[in-house]
Design a protein around this ligand. Structure first.
Ligand SMILES: NC(=O)c1ccc[n+]([C@@H]2O[C@H](COP(=O)([O-])OP(=O)(O)OC[C@H]3O[C@@H](n4cnc5c(N)ncnc54)[C@H](O)[C@@H]3O)[C@@H](O)[C@H]2O)c1
Length: 323
């Protein structure tokens, strides 16, 4: 199939692109590289450095004869959404409308949209299922939920099929520790530098950590399943931040202690998903438990660092030899 992945230079998008190419699809990436990196983009994908709000996107959709669009590009920083709601709304809401207009004009069959647990806000019950009330507590939650409504309405008006995924806390390779990078990426960044990560609060807050390959697998299933449905994608299990740190420390076999900071306003105390619907209707369930997912992620970075330090040594040797 001819597939566009918006945000294909970012964490989730780039991992998805790799898998789609493996599966033999023709993949086109649209990304403005605001947080994504060009080196994340698979060499076999066609790359357009472009903003999703740019109307020229519509020509790409038509010229490339696109069948399916994975829409991942977004402003993902919760704090930024509160400091700059206009920018957040522009990218996440207007950007998605632009993508939907392009889908309509190019007769795209299906859009698969990456939404978030943030649409639910403070949980009224656990595990959170897809019928849980929508009550976002940040502008990011609103700007990720509003496109869901646009997608449903475009579907009703123009017959575009869709699947909407609401992810729990994703982690894995290529997640950026900067900005709202997710606690796993932030902790790993600190630990690899030999520094202490900071836990805000007492570490008993819990989250549902889902490994990137499981997210990618759900997205692949949506190519021919999950028509006009919304799915929560998580593990269905809660892990405290303290336990997360302990598992990382054990896998890395290091002796660094964590520091505790003041609990942050607006942080949700406990959150985990119920994933029965995705199991039943998509035939999807997570393959990796937290230890396995973290081990894979940590091994990847250890290898990368060894390679980088070898390159640095090689480079310093070359410099040494220069006259
Ligand atoms: N990472 C998570 O835990 C998580 C959880 C829930 C939902 N999501 C959703 O998944 C999607 C991907 O998130 P991610 O973690 O990979 O983030 P990411 O920042 O790594 O990827 C987003 C990509 O979109 C690109 N982008 C941003 N604004 C753009 C614009 N205006 N035009 C074109 N490209 C633009 C960025 O350069 C980046 O490559 C997002 O829609 C996010 O809301 C992520």
């Amino acid at each position: 199939m001819n597939i566009i992945v918006t945000g294909g230079a970012g964490f989730i998008g780039s991992n998805l692109v790799d898998r789609l190419i493996e599966e033999g699809h023709k993949v086109i990436v649209i990304d403005n590289l605001i947080t994504g990196k060009k080196e994340n983009v698979n060499r076999e994908a066609k790359f357009y450095k472009m903003d999703i709000c740019d109307e020229k996107i519509r020509d790409i959709f038509k010229n490339e004869k696109i069948n399916v669009v994975y829409h991942n590009a977004a402003q993902i920083d919760v704090q930024k959404s509160i400091n700059n709601p206009v920018f957040d709304g522009d990218v996440n809401i207007l950007g998605t409308i632009n993508i939907l207009e392009a889908c309509k004009d190019a007769n795209v069959k299906k859009i698969i949209y990456s939404s978030t647990a943030a649409v639910y806000g403070e949980p009224e019950y656990l595990g959170i299922d897809e019928n849980h009330p929508i009550n976002p507590i940040s502008f990011y939650g609103i700007s990720k939920y509003t496109p869901e409504q646009y997608i449903k309405t475009y579907s009703k008006l123009y017959g575009i099929d869709y699947t909407i995924f609401r992810y729990a806390n994703a982690y894995g390779i290529r997640q950026d520790p900067k900005g709202e990078g997710g606690v796993v990426a932030i902790f790993l960044d600190k630990l690899f530098k030999g520094e202490s990560p900071i836990i805000f609060g007492d570490g008993t807050a819990t989250r549902d950590f889902i490994y990137i390959d499981d997210i990618v697998e759900a997205n692949i299933k949506a190519l021919d399943k999950g028509s006009k449905e919304i799915f929560n994608i998580g593990t269905g299990k809660a892990t405290s931040i303290k336990v997360l740190f302990y598992i990382m420390k054990k896998i890395m076999d290091i002796d660094i202690e964590v520091e505790y900071g003041k609990e942050r306003d607006g942080d949700i105390k406990h959150s985990f998903f119920k994933i029965v619907k995705a199991k039943e209707k998509l035939g999807w369930s997570p393959k990796y438990n937290l230890e396995e997912g973290l081990s894979k992620t940590i091994k990847y970075y250890e290898k990368l660092l060894t390679k980088e330090s070898k390159n640095e040594v090689a480079a310093s040797r070359i410099i040494d030899r220069e006259p």
